[in-house]
Design a protein around this ligand. Structure first.
Ligand code: COA
Length: 208
């Protein structure tokens, strides 16, 4: 029987499926739902800690209105299916734990790759939530799409960011300069995780 090569669905369709399927993906402590305008409140609280913004590509907002506008823009981009933006919620307390972003990779998006990004509220730092959220988001991206691989980028000066990726099996591929809003470019690291490597790691974990 000859293999039939199916065309890859359009990016918007692939992102819509991730949003639809996200509520099925949860970890021991975290569940996922679409980012909402009301999530501006816990995100505003997170940005009161300068360390939260230190490694983002946008500066700490001085006014609540700046943050509200940013969140409204993000929600609009997600509704237009340019990006999949998910809020991670603590199952026990219903508190907003952080944000998970999945979008077509700027470099390999044409080949179906997604880029991942993550923020965790400082109240949840150091408790293993970052690893749990990345495991949940990575499983969502691979299980609910045909992506051959996932990419992620983080600042050289953000060891918490790149250690979380390395724990997930991401491999460092390049050092480069990431543009930032209103500031100098940030020395950054690019990482990737191939589907085959992720599937192998999942099989090993399941057998352990
Ligand atoms: C990056 C982020 C998601 C990590 O979450 P966290 O709960 O703070 O991280 P953890 O406490 O789980 O630490 C992750 C790893 O970094 C290590 N680490 C913690 N503090 C560190 C420090 N100051 N220097 C070096 N490593 C450190 C931890 O030990 C852990 O590694 P380990 O599992 O080998 O012990 C979170 O800090 C965050 O959202 N920051 C703001 C936004 C951001 O930077 N997003 C990532 C952009 S890619």
């Amino acid at each position: 029987m000859s293999a039939v090569l199916m065309p890859r669905p359009a990016a918007a369709q692939r992102l819509a499926r991730l949003v639809d399927r996200a509520p099925r993906h949860r970890s021991r402590r975290i569940k996922l739902r679409p980012l909402a305008v009301d999530d501006a409140e816990p995100l505003w609280q997170a940005t009161r800690n300068p360390a939260f913004n230190a490694f983002l590509t946008w500066p700490q907002p001085a006014q609540r209105s700046e943050l509200d506008e940013r969140v409204s823009r993000m929600v609009a981009q997600a509704r237009a299916r340019h990006v999949c933006l998910l809020s991670a919620v603590d199952i026990a307390s219903e508190r907003w734990v952080g944000l998970y972003r999945i979008e077509p990779d700027p470099v390999w998006g044409g080949d179906g790759w997604f880029e991942l990004g993550m923020w965790v509220h400082p109240d949840f730092w150091g408790g293993g939530y970052a690893g749990e959220l990345h495991a949940t988001g990575t499983a969502l991206a691979f299980q609910e799409s045909d992506a051959p691989g996932l990419a992620a980028r983080t600042a050289v000066a953000n060891p918490k960011g790149w250690k979380t990726l390395e724990h997930m099996g991401f491999k460092r591929t390049a050092e480069y300069e990431e543009p930032s809003e209103g500031g100098p470019p940030i020395p950054a690291l690019a990482y990737c995780l191939l589907r085959g490597d992720w599937e192998q790691a999942m099989a090993v974990a399941a057998a352990a």
